[in-house]
Write a protein that binds this ligand. Structure first.
Ligand SMILES: Nc1ncnc2c1ncn2[C@@H]1O[C@H](COP(=O)(O)OP(=O)(O)OP(=O)(O)O)[C@@H](O)[C@H]1O
Length: 369
């Protein structure tokens, strides 16, 4: 478990953040200027904070009270940057070996063959970075980071420079990194889809402070925590693939309720996590009939959060998990949506983007703050 406590003042900005990163991918999630890069730089050793401690068990990278501050090259971090930063004059194989070269002698490290297989790099080994697509470069960057025998991987907006198609191509590799490799990953992002797909733990940041931390389902399902604003809010449901139907839809079981989505490339029985954007949810007090929308989840209103404008965020607890719905204040009043009221969430199948469906169940977990 990585434990981080930092305090640092820039002119006009104060970072005061404390959080824990358990195994898996911990996403630092917040809008531009919230302090994500400042934290990443402190972990990397590129910034010495006014006060702070960064440690994983007895391995201490920084402790300003004790006067400990390891230089960047001794921190045993694997980096994955936005632009890959591969060596252009080296082949993919040599770039990967370069990572291994930095691994301290005698430390257990990932096997090159396994990393090449996991990241699908077998056919690319003799190419130079100039002959790789953006997504392929990022796969090599992941491999190079893994092969340096890091104790922590730091991924700073690794998908930010890729278009949607390349992002879709690379996300499954980060899912494998999360599920198959036992190295914690600190991942900086301001993309709700990436958080929904990848995060084991979310640390939500706002103006230099941690506003929430906990499992992805717990943080994304909290109507009080909308790091990117209510427009981008969306809850995460855990579901299992039940069937692929001949009309192009995949049927999921979400807490005993069927959910229909455009066809998913996951086998029957697989656990998936599905992000339902709050603005794609309609609420009805009575069980709707005669609607074209296929997904209807009955539940109980947990809370209604008023926004500054005409919108309100309604949190509905269903058997499938917490669903957030963004509706107008007028609708909330007219429907008498108050805590405890029963309501049905209606979601169009086609509104659930493939990019918002990831592998791995994420049971509604606890908030740590
Ligand atoms: N070297 C510096 N000197 C002064 N102020 C700084 C410095 N670095 C960052 N800041 C300020 O600290 C705040 C947090 O910046 P930071 O880069 O950590 O945010 P971020 O969440 O990573 O944003 P983005 O998503 O845009 O990269 C900003 O207000 C920024 O202007």
């Amino acid at each position: 478990m990585l434990e981080i406590a930092l305090r640092h003042a820039f002119e006009g900005f104060m970072l005061e953040a404390e959080f824990r990163a358990p195994p898996g991918i911990t996403v630092l999630f917040g809008r531009s200027g919230s302090g994500k890069t400042t934290i990443a730089n402190a972990v990397a050793g590129l910034l010495t904070p006014d006060r702070g401690r960064i440690a994983a068990g007895d391995w201490v990278l920084l402790d300003t009270v004790q006067g400990i501050g390891l230089p960047p090259h001794r921190r045993r971090l694997g980096y994955i940057f936005q632009e890959g930063r591969l060596f252009p004059h080296l082949s993919v194989r040599q770039n990967l070996r370069y990572g291994a070269w930095f691994a301290p002698k005698g430390t257990p490290r990932e096997d090159m063959g396994r990393v090449v297989e996991m990241l699908g790099l077998g056919t690319l080994l003799d190419r130079r970075p100039g002959a790789l697509s953006g997504g392929e470069k990022q796969r090599v960057a992941i491999g190079r980071a893994l092969l340096s025998a890091p104790r922590l991987i730091l991924a700073d907006e690794p998908l930010a420079s890729l278009d949607e198609a390349r992002k879709a191509e690379i996300l499954p590799y980060f899912e494998r990194l999360r599920d198959e490799i036992d190295i914690p990953v600190l991942y900086v992002s301001h993309s709700a889809s990436e958080v929904a797909r990848l995060a084991t733990t979310v640390v939500a940041l706002d103006a230099g402070r941690v506003t929430a931390q906990g499992s992805a389902a717990a943080v994304l399902g909290d109507p009080e925590v909308t790091p990117l604003g209510a427009r981008e809010a969306g809850a995460l449901l855990a579901a299992r693939v039940v069937a692929h139907h001949s009309d192009g839809l995949t049927e999921l079981d979400a807490g005993g309720h069927p959910l229909f989505l455009p066809r998913l490339g996951r086998p029957v029985g697989a656990l998936v996590r599905v992000r339902i954007a709050a603005h794609d949810v309609i609420l009805s007090r009575v069980a709707p009939a005669g609607l074209s929308a296929l997904n209807i989840l009955p539940g109980t209103v947990h809370s209604v959060r008023l926004g500054a404008g005409p919108g309100v965020m309604v949190a509905l607890d269903t058997a499938a998990g917490r669903v957030l719905a963004r509706v107008t204040r007028r609708a909330a009043t007219r429907l008498e949506l108050v805590p405890g009221a029963s309501a049905h969430a209606v979601v169009k199948s086609v509104s659930i983007a493939q990019a918002d469906v990831g592998i791995g169940g994420d049971q509604p977990g606890e908030m740590l703050v």
